[in-house]
Design a protein around this ligand. Structure first.
Ligand code: DX5
Ligand code: ZN
Length: 225
């Protein structure tokens, strides 16, 4: 595993205080966050309803951080054009909702956006093997999607290891991201398994000092820890 692997910390907007959106975004940007993770839930694929293009546009105007959009929706292709137009930098779609994964990944790239694929904890990581070489990002869910603040599923660590093997075998340069229950207790095992990009909702936004928390999470991404 390359020691030069880049670490990215991606705070999830889901855990932010939206009444203080401007301040929350400023705090994570100044605090060293690498991406803003933006969870789109449609109340159909997952039992919760969240944000759309309008809020991407609002965030785009408030931060320079890349906006990493996680689409937990059926028929995700409905949103590609408007979300890219609103300022999304990465669109990640669930394999469970993407029967034409190859075509959908291609369409996201045609729009000039980075393309990611993600699967639920119960879906095999091999479901992305055929498109791995085309991906800009592979996301492993370490909780069942739908809510922030859930407990990390320990079996995710081995799944990250298998995801890393698929990316290496296909010479994919995709970022390997993990989402759900990431904290000081879980991040190092994920890093050691081969992840490089870490979504953190509650851990960052509910910390007393988000900047210190981002720094602490990043510091835990070292082989020796
Ligand atoms: C869950 C979302 C996550 C969530 C993570 O469905 O995809 O991005 O915000 O929240 P934490 O880090 O609090 O588990
Ligand atoms: Zn997410």
């Amino acid at each position: 595993m390359s020691p030069a692997r880049t670490v990215r910390i991606a705070p999830s907007l889901l855990a932010a205080d939206l009444g203080r959106l401007r301040e929350e975004l400023a705090a994570i940007e100044a605090g060293g966050a690498d991406w803003l993770h933006f969870d789109v839930m449609d109340g159909v694929f997952v039992p919760n309803l969240t944000f759309g293009a309008k809020l991407i546009e609002t965030c785009r105007a408030l931060t320079r951080l890349p906006i990493d959009v996680h689409l937990m929706t059926v028929e995700p292709e409905k949103y590609f054009d408007s979300f890219v137009k609103a300022g999304a930098n990465v669109l990640t779609i669930h394999v469970e909702t993407a029967p034409h994964l190859n075509r959908q990944i291609g369409r996201i790239k045609e729009l000039g956006c980075s393309a990611g694929a993600v699967m639920n904890p119960g879906t095999p990581v091999e479901s992305v093997a055929e498109v791995a070489a085309d991906l800009d990002l592979l996301l492993i869910m370490s909780v069942n999607p739908g809510f922030g603040g859930q407990k990390f599923i320990p079996a995710s660590v081995d799944k990250i290891r298998r995801a890393r093997a698929i990316l290496d075998a296909t010479r994919s340069r995709a970022a390997l991201e993990v989402d759900g229950g990431i904290s000081r207790d879980t991040i190092n095992a994920c890093w050691r398994a081969g992840a490089d990009t870490f979504v953190a909702g509650v851990a960052v936004f509910q910390a007393k000092d988000p900047a210190a928390e981002i720094a602490a999470l990043r510091a835990l991404c070292a082989e020796a820890v």
